[in-house]
Write a protein that binds this ligand. Structure first.
Ligand code: NAD
Length: 464
């Protein structure tokens, strides 16, 4: 029986996932370890508003389980030593340099984690890949762990490992709901005892029918393909948003009509500034890379187009804004509403806001940026590039939504935060400089209210 669980990586996946496991399995001791001291400090902060990850429902669980059977620590060695089962939940970003740069995942964190496990573990350990990894990475982890190592704590006997793939399907913004009530749990592996052990943990709150078991590679590939299909829907609807704008059709009506077909389904049919987050771009890039590797060039080209459309949507918005504002935004003030890549998260990785804001600054605009959950320091990091900081005189952080509109020539909505849906446009119109514009890339603001207040409005997927 497994009693001690360790998770290496206290990020957007490791933190919430382990909190939910600890909540449903009070008999297990769950330790989340990370090399990032600041992050662990934030997870242990007595003021729960300072947790490093914002997710609806997370604070309540942390309040219940932290220091009961969930612990956050920088002591990676001790966490691994104590564990019978270890989840690898470290970052796997796209490689920045060398072979496969810009296309395949940088596995250095996974490899160093596997080496730590090999060094510090005791007896038999189940190692679970939770990170999203390119197909056949489990084999690499196995190879690292397989070398004969003597377990000095176990009278010199050999350390043994079972490697499983258990990709995480949570979506940021709904992570807790997704973890508590997932569509499915996927476990890949070839050691039935280890698989049963992991099934035993999940079955504390998830119906066994929802737990699928496969071989390792099918499990790894399924995660990449799930993300690729989700991203593909976003790119598909975004191409149609442009067509709606050109023809005068309304994107929301089109999405509704199309999505009511059960064969298609209604989810992921909202047009916007393109997908962001740490996963979609990286996972499709990996898919393109492995397809090319196996000589499947048409397959690679097909998925590459999903990425190309995503970038195109963002650049066409920048062009449209500049063109609409009399072909120059130099010295004009633009209020930016929302910086996270989607609502209900403070994550800005690959957020469309980063590209769009940088481009607007390049065109000479001054930005006032408001987001209810993203901190100023994060925006500062995101708007710097190539070690050159974008001078702060070019943008200002705003912590009050209505003040963001003061003297602005335009307001650009980039994230679909609830609070943007019910703004007082009469009040806002008094604050903005005339002529004023709203560019709503999420089609969330009330178009009629904006028009009534005398402000010009453009919404994604709506033609004139
Ligand atoms: N964010 C999501 O929505 C999501 C969803 C499903 C899957 N995933 C996948 O899960 C993985 C983790 O994603 P994330 O968003 O949680 O990443 P993250 O960057 O938020 O967290 C990863 C953490 O791992 C730590 N770490 C790296 N190497 C370490 C080591 N050797 N020892 C201890 N700690 C180490 C880092 O310091 C960091 O805090 C990625 O592979 C990602 O693709 C992410």
């Amino acid at each position: 029986m497994t009693n001690n669980i360790c998770c290496v990586g206290a990020g957007y996946v490791g933190g919430p996932t382990m909190a939910v496991i600890a909540d449903f399995c009070p008999d297990k001791l769950v330790t989340v370890v990370d090399i990032n001291e600041e992050r662990i400090k934030a997870w242990n902060d007595s003021d729960l508003r300072n947790l490093p990850v914002f997710e609806p429902g997370l604070e309540d669980i942390i309040r219940r389980v932290r220091n009961r059977n969930l612990f956050f620590s920088v002591d990676v060695k001790k966490g691994i030593e104590q564990a019978d089962i270890i989840f690898i939940s470290v970052n796997t970003p796209i490689k920045e340099k060398g072979i496969g740069a810009g296309q395949t995942s940088d596995l250095r964190w996974v490899e160093s984690c596997a080496r730590q496990i090999k060094t510090y573990s005791k007896g038999h350990t189940i190692v679970v890949e939770k990170s999203t990894l390119p197909v056949k990475t489990a084999q690499t982890i196995k190879s690292i762990l397989d070398g004969v190592v003597k377990d000095i704590n176990n009278f010199g006997s050999k350390k043994t490992f079972s490697v499983l793939s258990n990709p995480e399907f949570l979506a940021e913004g709904t992570a807790i709901k997704d973890l508590e009530c997932p569509d499915r749990v996927l476990i890949g592996g070839d050691d039935n005892d280890a698989i049963n052990c992991l099934v035993g943990i999940y079955s504390k709150w998830i119906n066994k029918e929802k737990v699928l078991t496969t071989d390792l590679w099918s499990s790894e590939l399924s995660k990449l393909i799930s993300n690729a299909f989700l991203a593909q829907r976003i790119s598909s609807i975004n191409t149609i948003s442009a067509l709606c704008e050109a023809t005068g059709a309304k994107i929301k009506d089109v999405s509704l009509a199309v999505g009511m077909d059960r064969r298609i389904g209604k989810y992921f049919l909202n047009s916007g500034p393109g997908f962001g987050g740490s996963c979609f771009k990286k996972d499709i890039s990996n898919l393109v890379y492995i397809s090319n590797h196996y000589g499947l060039f048409e397959v690679a080209e097909y998925w590459q187009k999903v990425l190309d459309i995503n970038s195109w949507q963002q650049s066409r918005f920048v062009e449209l804004i500049v063109k609409t504002m009399f072909s120059t935004i130099s010295s004009k003030t633009i209020a930016i509403l929302g910086f996270s890549f989607k609502a209900n998260t403070n994550d800005t990785r690959e957020s469309p806001a980063i590209y769009i804001c940088k481009k607007l600054i390049e065109e000479g605009a001054f930005l006032k940026i408001y987001d209810p959950k993203v901190k100023c320091s994060q925006i500062k990091k995101d708007l710097s590039s190539d070690n050159k900081t974008v001078e702060e005189e070019k943008w200002l952080y705003s912590d009050s939504i209505y003040e963001t509109f003061n003297n602005a020539d335009a307001a650009l909505f980039l994230t679909e935060w609830d609070e943007f849906e019910s703004l007082n446009w009469e009040e806002i119109s008094k604050k903005m400089r005339r002529p004023s514009w709203v560019f709503d890339t999420r089609s969330i603001v009330n178009m009629e209210d904006v028009k009534k207040s005398g402000i010009n409005i453009w919404q994604v997927g709506y033609g004139n």
